[in-house]
Design a protein around this ligand. Sequence first.
Ligand code: AMP
Ligand code: ZN
Length: 120
Amino acid sequence: MATPERDPDCLFCKIIAGEIPGTRLLETDDVIVIQDINPQAPVHGLAIPKRHIPSAAHLTLADAATLAAVIDAANTVARDKGVADSGYRLVMNIGPDAGQSVAHLHVHILGGRALGWPPG
Ligand code: AMP
Ligand code: ZN
C-alpha cells in the first residue's frame, strides 16, 4: 500500500499544514526545516519531508529524490546558520531504542558546539 501523504494524527503533518505553529527556517516544494522546540545544541533544526513517511526505516529506492531533498535542505540550513565549516551532525532516530518520539521522518541538524561521540 502506498504511504499516505498525510497522517491526521501526526504532529509534523499538522505543523506542515500550518495547524500547529512552528518556526520555519526553510521551505521548499517537498521539505520544511523547523527550529527544534527543545534545542540540544546552538543550532538544532529538523528537516522534514512534507509527505508523511513514518521513519527512515520506511524509505525505499523510490523515495531517493525525497531523501536527497531533505538532506539538501538540511545542508542549506547548516550553511545559513554558519556551521558548515565548523561541522555539524545529521541524525535520524528510528524506533524506541533510538528515542524517536515523532513518527514522521525527520533529520536533526545539530551544530554550533563540539558534539560527543558515541551518542548516549
Ligand atoms: P525524535 O526524538 O528524533 O523523534 O525528534 C523529535 C524532535 O521533535 C525532538 O527533538 C523534539 O524536541 C522536537 N519537537 C517536538 N515537538 C515539536 C514542536 N512542536 N516543534 C518543533 N519541534 C518539536
Ligand atoms: Zn506526518
